[in-house]
Design a protein around this ligand. Structure first.
Ligand SMILES: Nc1ncnc2c1ncn2[C@@H]1O[C@H](COP(=O)(O)OP(=O)(O)OP(=O)(O)O)[C@@H](O)[C@H]1O
Ligand SMILES: [Mg+2]
Length: 244
């Protein structure tokens, strides 16, 4: 059986797609799944830093898609996360074409169990290319009216395209005593986006530093537990929805 291809999308930028792509890909790899993370956000690279492969990449997704190198040449192992392979986005580049991405992903299908596609915000070329090859979409929002409404637009596009599985992650949720979110009722997020909830991720310094400095989450941290639980839920396993 070929790899399961999962896209990570959002309507609005900065909801945490790249951060969660790396942290979830890391947990999928830790669960024994051969995992490839491909960043499709040309010109706005960030996965390389978060996954610790910054400076280790010679080729990127654009080189593969335009035929300048074989697919495996651009695949780099993350030094932070055993079992996680990464293909970086170019610093600048052309449009990701669905057909080219399909050819590349088809080549990777036998070699990996999971291919995770970190897209750019909105409904542009990276979203369209990913939508054409993925069988599962994770829509990432934060608990506020704008990302929620834009998340709905993205989810509708995916529904219309017949995406088999669409799941919602609510990121950067303020938790703890006295915490306030612009949208305090998470049910409202789920209703607005209209997709099944797969995870709730707290706003957390642990996650912010993991992303900014390319370092792993604390082994005993709540954040790691939450990522592991979402990863298991992605795999269809019976893991609880952890909310701290
Ligand atoms: N749960 C979290 N807690 C704290 N900070 C977070 C969390 N998730 C993401 N961030 C921070 O939010 C910022 C945006 O995250 P990220 O780059 O992953 O978003 P994105 O959706 O990929 O953005 P873009 O649309 O530009 O690709 C980063 O500074 C990241 O460290
Ligand atoms: Mg990003």
């Amino acid at each position: 059986m070929g790899a399961k291809v999962i896209m990570v999308a959002s309507g609005k930028g900065g909801t945490g797609k790249s951060t969660l792509s790396v942290l979830l890909a890391a947990e999928l790899a830790a669960a024994g799944k051969r995992t490839l993370l491909i960043e499709l956000d040309s010109g706005l690279r960030s996965v390389d830093i978060i996954a610790g492969v910054c400076g280790k990449t010679v080729y990127d997704i654009e080189d593969i898609l335009s035929g300048r190198c074989e697919a495996d040449k651009a695949v780099v192992q993350s030094p932070l996360y055993p079992g996680l392979s990464v293909v970086s986005a170019p610093y600048s580049g052309g449009e990701i074409r669905p057909e080219a991405l399909r050819v590349m992903v088809n080549k990777m299908m036998p070699v990996f169990d999971i291919v995770l596609l970190d897209t750019a915000a909105g409904l542009g070329a990276p979203f369209l290319a990913a939508k054409a090859v993925a069988s599962m979409a994770l829509v990432v929002i934060t608990p506020d009216a704008v990302t929620m409404r834009d998340g709905r637009i993205v989810a509708d596009e995916l529904f219309d395209a017949g995406m088999p599985e669409i799941r919602l992650i609510i990121n950067r949720v303020a938790v703890g005593r006295g915490a306030k979110n612009p949208v305090s009722n998470l049910d409202e997020c789920i209703d607005t986006v209209g997709a099944q909830l797969i995870g709730v991720v707290p706003a957390s310094q642990e996650i912010a530093f993991a992303a900014a400095e390319g370092r792993v989450l604390g082994a005993a941290s709540d954040e790691k537990l939450i990522m592991r639980s979402i990863a298991f839920r992605i795999l269809g396993e019976d893991a609880p929805l952890v909310i701290r």
